[in-house]
Design a protein around this ligand. Sequence first.
Ligand code: AMP
Ligand code: MG
Length: 413
Amino acid sequence: MISIGEAQRRVLEDVPVLGTERIHILDALGRVLSQDVQARRDVPAADNSAMDGFACRHADIAGANSANPKVLRLIGEAPAGKPFPGTVGQGEAVWMLTGGMIPDGADTVIMVEDTRLEGDQVVCLADPGHGAHIRPKGEDVRGGETVLSRGDIIRPPEVGMLATLGHAYVHVYQRPLVAIISTGDELVDLDEPFVEGKVVCSNTYSLAAQVQECGGIPLSLGTASDNAADQREKISAGLRADVILTSGGVSVGKYDLVKDTLSALGMKVKFWKVAMKPGKPLVFGTIGDKPVFGLPGNPTSAMISFEQFVRPALLKMMGHVNLFRPLIEATLAEEGPKVSGRLHLVRCKLFEEDGRMMAVTTGTQSSGALRSMVLADGLMLLNPNDGPFVAGKVIKVQLLHTNSPLSPHSPYE
Ligand code: AMP
Ligand code: MG
């Protein structure tokens, strides 16, 4: 049985980076740039005023203060977007509005609060210093400079930067279409009546949500029974997708037929069974160049296997450079579980105490217990060789949520 690290390497070696597409910047949030983006021009395009005030020559107001004011003659104005057409000469001033272009001849802006206007006389009551309140041309970005790079994730600031640089459209990596097929005679879907002895098919939904969370497009193809012909039909329908996920039927039970079905459809098996708990019976291979993941059916096994193998694979396909959830160190707040054999991925809650990150398990670790996923902030990665896991021991925890947890407190309370 191969280790989880080796299995992950084999998966990532086999998944391709998808092609690119050109999309509008407003559709680009969360996508990955497939191109470098150069600035076509300086930003700002010209020296402009950072304040409401008056543009002048610094020499004319040097040393000004309220006891010794300097007086300038107002010759015009330069609101934002409407440059003053003339030149500022000795003893002259142009009324500036924030963002207005600095007129020729001027080298300094004195802010309105440091002046008094009397008719066309600008009485200057302070010396702001040479060059004050001017945002120089190219201060933010120089023309020709590479501002964004291939592999960058497009967040709101990148959307703003693309707009600033004049790009309405941008090239990004495509999103994978991910076919999802649940298998099992016992499954009923949400539009079917529930009968005792049956199990509601939740994997189709949790897996679809996981695909969405990492930016892929789920294609739910419903449920196949534990019957080769039915499985072949349903899984074949998934071959038009970029990735195929099945859940259930990959263990060693009498009705676990998915591996055979996938082989019959031409899958080259890259590995079957990984030394992890939960999630051991995972099978991975390719049909043509399409990655196929046969995930175990237990709801937490399916989700945790997705986290370890499918999520990094989908992120790679979408051009992401960083593929893995962050790993942190935490201290066991109470005795951890007894572990033996394989690497255990234990659902846990995290909390801070005296400046330390503490971890406790979510309770039952049954691989059917979906509630443990609902409660979990992360997964303790417990290698049996490092045990026993006594209270106070420092362990590694893989965080399961991308965003920092939201706080109930406003910083301004
Ligand atoms: P299997 O991997 O097919 O042996 O399934 C293991 C366990 O997971 C069984 O108890 C199944 O009922 C359950 N299971 C399998 N598929 C699903 C599914 N799509 N949704 C919820 N539970 C499932
Ligand atoms: Mg089954």
